[in-house]
Design a binder for this molecule. Structure first.
Ligand SMILES: Nc1ncnc2c1ncn2[C@@H]1O[C@H](COP(=O)(O)OP(=O)(O)OP(=O)(O)O)[C@@H](O)[C@H]1O
Length: 581
């Protein structure tokens, strides 16, 4: 349905033509750069020797013409590079915006910041220096042609400067990476503090957090300073080496001129060409930070985009009926030795509702994330109407899927926009969803009803109000598969009654529903139950059978098991490992 490919590589591949044009322009510019030294050479050795005004005029016209042309090509080269940056942005910003979904907290904006770094590098002086650097050997060859001795001096000098450039990069890379990671940690600290402002302030945690932030902030600055110091020292040495080299070229040139091996014109021309040859290398040392930043940004982008897959034109599938099959599902999260889910299997027919229960940390929310295709299973599969759900293009599947996460966050916008998932608004469907979710009255009591703006800077909703609106969003257009993760967490008794009615409506409509809850009233509305324990299927089957099995095995604790979702571990420890049903 969709093929794995890296959009970064694809974007660079599509820009190969532009880079070729830039390379050709660079060749012309670097050849045109020889205009001044060669003009000088001709003046010294030809015009002054022959005293010919005509030659002077001809040479001057030629030189001015070449320089004007050079300016035009230079402008064109910069324009092409600016457009390269724009094309890169156009091709990558959308996949990177989506990739941000998989990044935790404050790291979410990193991919788009990396793209901006790469784009400004490509369009800036750093890239121009990189394009000019490959032509350094051309200048060295010309100096060799003037005189092998001068050529050797120039070559040795160029190698020393190149060595210094590499040394600068190596010396700065380590401290720069540490500085970047420290400053990221410091930013995360501020982020976490702002998000937990109430707890942090009330429990007097500000001082300790400030210390933690300060440690990272100061360490970041120290590493940055160390990198800058190293590069500044190397830069100063490189500058001196460059000046020494000019002296060496002029000195050796003068000596060769005294021996009448070369003319004074060649001496001056060689000195100017040498300066030109080393300019890009010197610029690269000066712009070391940009180069390191751009390279790091490129590496991160490559990694971020490695498995995004991209939405190649895929065959559009018919709307699902709601047959859900979890087949031997195992999930291993990166950096964790134990799988979070181990060989979980179950099947639901269209229109069936399943209660998902288990102690805290059993893997219920994780399974819910797999059921909606947010994470793919490590092994095994989850299929909706026979199609692997994580591979189903999200834009196609989205309208057929309803999900209500445990921690409900609504987005900035109106209540209507949130319910309609920010898609084109269908007022009748929005009101219908609010009614099914039992949220209509709650919404009409808000200052502007369905048009109340919520989110940052908007109306502040209570936990229960948020939950009701999120339920309306989940049932908008009555999707075929609905996953509700503790939808009753913040609801009062009215809210719970509304939720029970909502489940009845969804059953009438034959939506397949998975509900994570321990409330008996809600569980009384499901057909099947799955009990998870330590990521494995402890029990699965018809509700009454599973209930009977639970009650039988944990008779003394059974009632408390269904009333408090957060403390079921005692009861669960008595549940056998064999599945029923
Ligand atoms: N994004 C994640 N990264 C790493 N580990 C995770 C992640 N999400 C969940 N886990 C781990 O997976 C296990 C199961 O967590 P999960 O949230 O699915 O449990 P749960 O049954 O929903 O618990 P609760 O009833 O408390 O919500 C836990 O040990 C948790 O630490």
């Amino acid at each position: 349905m969709s093929h794995q490919h890296n959009p970064l590589k694809k974007a660079f591949r599509s820009l190969r033509g532009a880079f070729f044009i830039v390379a050709v322009f660079s060749l012309f510019i670097n050849i045109a750069m020889l205009t001044v030294p060669l003009y000088m050479l001709q003046i010294y050795d030809r015009v002054l020797a022959s005293m010919s005004t005509d030659t002077l005029i001809m040479l001057s016209i030629l030189a001015v013409g070449l320089l004007v042309l050079n300016t035009l090509v230079d402008i064109a080269r910069s324009r092409v590079l600016v457009r390269v940056g724009a094309v890169l942005d156009e091709k990558l910003s959308s996949p990177l915006f989506r990739a941000a979904l998989n990044k935790p907290g404050s790291a979410a904006g990193q991919p788009l910041r990396d793209l901006a770094t790469l784009r400004s590098f490509l369009s800036g002086s750093g890239m121009l220096a990189l394009m000019d650097a490959p032509w350094t050997p051309l200048y060295l060859v010309i100096i060799f042609l003037f005189s092998p001795l001068l050529g050797t001096v120039a070559l040795v000098g160029a190698l020393i400067i190149l060595g210094l450039a590499i040394l600068g990069e190596v010396a700065a890379r380590g401290p720069m990476q540490t500085a970047a990671s420290d400053s990221r940690k410091a930013n995360e600290c501020v982020d976490v503090m702002a998000r937990n402002a109430e707890a942090v302030t009330a429990m007097g945690m500000v001082g300790a957090l400030e210390q933690r932030w300060l440690d990272n902030h100061e360490s970041g600055l120290a590493f940055q300073a160390s990198a800058s110091d190293r590069v500044a020292a190397i830069n100063a040495v490189a500058k001196t080496v460059r000046l020494l080299l000019q002296i060496a070229i002029l000195g050796f040139g003068a000596w060769l001129a005294l021996q009448q091996i070369i003319t004074p014109g060649v001496m001056i021309a060689a000195s100017i060409i040498m300066g030109r040859a080393l300019a890009p290398v010197q610029a690269a040392i000066g712009g070391w930070k940009q180069v390191i930043d751009a390279r790091a940004a490129h590496a991160r982008l490559k990694e971020t985009l490695a498995d995004t897959g991209g939405d190649l034109p895929a065959t559009k599938l018919p709307p699902p009926e709601g047959r859900l099959l979890a087949d031997d599902v195992t999930l291993r999260l990166p950096g964790q030795a134990e799988p979070v889910l181990k060989r979980v299997s179950f099947e639901l027919h269209p229109g069936e509702a399943m209660g998902l229960i288990g102690p805290s940390g059993a893997g219920k929310t994780t399974l819910a994330r797999l059921l909606i295709g947010f994470w793919p299973a490590t092994t095994g599969s989850i299929r909706l109407d026979g199609v692997e759900i994580s591979g189903w293009p999200k834009a196609d599947l989205g309208p057929h899927l309803g999900y209500m996460p445990q921690d409900v966050e609504l987005l900035e916008g109106t209540v209507s926009e949130n319910i309609a998932r920010f898609d084109t608004q269908d007022d009748a469907r929005i009101v219908e969803a609010a009614e099914i979710a039992g949220a209509r009255e709650t919404i009409l009591h808000l200052p502007s009803g369905f048009d109340t703006v919520i989110g940052a800077g908007g109306h502040v909703l209570s936990g229960g109000q948020r939950q009701r609106i999120a339920l309306a969003r989940a049932v908008y257009r009555l999707p075929r598969l609905i996953v509700l993760d503790e939808p009753n967490a913040n609801l009062d008794s009215d809210g719970e009654v509304a939720l029970v009615k909502c489940l009845d409506r969804l059953r009438e409509h034959a939506s397949t529903v998975i509900i994570i809850t321990h409330k008996p009233a809600l569980l009384s509305r499901v057909d099947k139950m799955l009990v998870l324990r330590d990521g494995t299927r402890a029990l699965f089957g018809a509700r009454d059978e599973v209930m009977a099995s639970l009650a039988g095995r944990s008779a003394p604790c059974a009632p408390s098991y269904f009333t408090r979702s957060r403390e079921p571990s005692l009861a669960m420890s008595t549940v056998g490992g064999h599945a029923t049903g």
